[in-house]
Design a protein around this ligand. Structure first.
Ligand code: DX5
Ligand code: ZN
Length: 226
């Protein structure tokens, strides 16, 4: 069992874009720790989402860190522009990046935190060589590209494997999960070792509203202290 705090990262992919500022403000009031922004280019994943204008528009709306999840073929092309728009951290994918270490260095040179995401089919061991460079590991609990998909239970083992690798290397990084997180799966992922929880549909399309949804996530997971 790890000893980190539980962090909630609402994903705006599921938000009402005509009312985005308001929805982010409500999520912040409900105790969000950061805002998760999913950038998709229609190549790395079969979907398009958002880019720099959204980051720029949200920056004055919230003091919360803006975490940008880059599901794009060449993340290096966007780091500078997104950093200037107000991004606080980047998550790039392991898959398809031929020069991942260079990408990490570039993000760090911009003074930003950096995480690497692993798709469901990618093993934890893929990160062994660069783990010590990371602030965060994102274990995708669905295949990237779309919100409102079912949580894949086989990814739980990988969360624990990442936790073990971090311990072996005596390195502390956050372990985040993304995809299909609701009041039930948050607890499964937390028990496996995750400390940061991205949730889109459950928060922004919850029939009981954003506040109640955040409350349900907070109540069903626990805040762990050392
Ligand atoms: C999926 C995105 C997720 C997505 C999660 O590719 O990375 O951040 O918004 O959405 P839900 O919580 O609806 O599964
Ligand atoms: Zn995401």
């Amino acid at each position: 069992m790890n000893t980190s705090l539980r962090r909630l990262a609402p994903s705006i992919l599921a938000a009402d874009f005509a009312n985005l500022g308001n929805q982010v403000t409500i999520a912040a009031q409900a105790g969000a720790d950061r805002i998760h922004i999913d950038v998709m280019d229609g190549h790395f994943v079969p979907n398009l989402s958002m880019g720099e204008p959204i980051i720029k528009s949200l920056r004055p709306v919230t003091k919360l860190p803006l975490e940008v999840h880059l599901m794009v073929t060449d993340p290096d092309l966007f780091l500078e522009e997104f950093a200037a728009a107000g991004a606080d951290s980047f998550i790039v994918h392991y898959e398809g990046n031929k020069n991942l270490h260079r990408t990490l260095q570039k993000a760090k040179s911009l003074g930003k935190k950096i995480g690497v995401a692993l798709n469901p089919a990618t093993p934890a061991s893929a990160l062994e060589a660069i783990l010590s460079e990371l602030d965060l590991v994102l274990v995708m609990t669905v295949n990237p590209g779309f919100g409102n998909q079912h949580f894949l239970p086989f990814t739980l083992t990988k969360i624990t494997q990442v936790e073990r690798l971090l311990q072996e290397q005596n390195h502390s990084a956050e372990i985040e999960v993304d995809g299909g997180i609701d009041a039930t799966t948050i607890l499964l992922a937390q028990r496996a070792g995750a400390t940061v929880f991205v949730a889109g549909t459950f928060i922004f399309q919850n029939p009981r509203g954003i506040l109640q949804a955040m409350d349900a996530l907070q109540k069903s997971s626990s805040v762990l202290t050392s």
